[in-house]
Design a protein around this ligand. Structure first.
Ligand code: KIV
Length: 283
């Protein structure tokens, strides 16, 4: 198999599109990868690297738009970014993250907004947060032919109820509630389930109990797959770095250094040089 300059084997051009049945069939056979992306260029690179699912996460409120939390991002903003990601993605399954209050108010509104992610955003699935409270929404969205990914544990849209970005599912009662919610979401028709910031033993219990793939973020290695926010993975967002993040690069630092070099060279007259200039040099 051909490898790129890093020794990795990118997917060939002919590799078929990742599908929802394909994701479901991967449980127990292959570890799944998911990453966020919010724009065309990042989606291109993430897709080329062979990641299975690209989530246009509502985390874009924080890492792209500079909000304190995920609550204020709108449907229009989410759709704008989803369209860009869809244009940059050939192979991965694109999942649009339903923003706060786009599905909680009514089942009808949930179906309508989920549909907009497919129709206007060109995503292939949606994700929404919550357990028992959103089962009716999940059932109705799935009945409309729209694949749904669930999200349990630390659900940032409920930050006011949770009292902060804290590990969830500690203690037997809380763990059992998570397992029950996971089973209910699978029965309601979710094709996969994000588990965020919960003890690894609880994530393992859920993974062994539900028939759908679990995708962990701060939920340990027993999950069927892993997801990270791409800005965390490449070191582009340093307001805070959660314990579960592994930074594979320091792109923020490298961007800063490149910009500093550019500024110095413009100020010193070293840039632009003759090789960047049209026509004879100016005297
Ligand atoms: O919005 C997001 O990026 C997410 C992931 C952390 C799963 O929901």
């Amino acid at each position: 198999m051909a490898t790129d300059s890093t020794g990795h084997s990118p997917p060939s051009k002919a590799e078929p599109k990742v599908t929802v049945p394909g994701i479901m069939a991967a449980k127990g056979t292959k570890k799944l990868t998911m990453l966020t992306a919010y724009d065309y260029s990042t989606a291109l690179w993430v897709d080329r690297a062979g990641v299975d699912m690209i989530l246009v996460g509502d985390s874009l409120a924080m890492v792209m738009l500079g909000h304190e939390d995920t609550l204020s991002v709108t449907m229009e903003e989410m759709l704008h970014h989803t369209r860009a990601v869809a244009r940059g993605t050939r192979r991965a399954l694109v999942i649009g993250d339903m923003p706060f209050l786009s599905y909680q108010v009514s089942v009808e509104q949930a179906v309508e907004n989920a549909g907009r992610f497919l129709k206007e955003g060109r995503a292939q699935a949606v994700k929404l947060e919550g357990g028992a409270a959103v089962l009716k929404q999940v059932e109705a969205i799935v009945a409309a032919g729209i694949p749904v990914q669930g999200h349990l544990g630390l659900t940032p849209q409920s930050i006011a109820m949770l009292g902060g970005f804290k590990v969830q599912g500690k203690g037997e009662e809380a763990a059992k509630k998570l397992v029950d919610d996971a089973v209910a979401l699978a029965q309601a028709g979710c094709f996969s389930l994000v588990l965020e910031a919960i003890p690894a033993t609880v994530a393992q219990r859920i993974t062994q109990t539900v028939p759908i793939p679990t995708i962990g973020i701060g939920a340990g290695a027993a999950c069927d797959g892993q997801v990270l926010v791409v800005h965390d993975l490449v070191g582009l967002f340093d307001r805070f770095v959660p314990r579960f993040v592994k930074q594979y690069d320091q792109l923020g630092r490298r961007l800063y250094e490149a910009v500093c070099r550019y500024r110095q060279e413009v100020e010193s007259g070293a840039f632009p040089g003759p090789e960047h200039t049209f026509g004879p040099p100016v005297q």
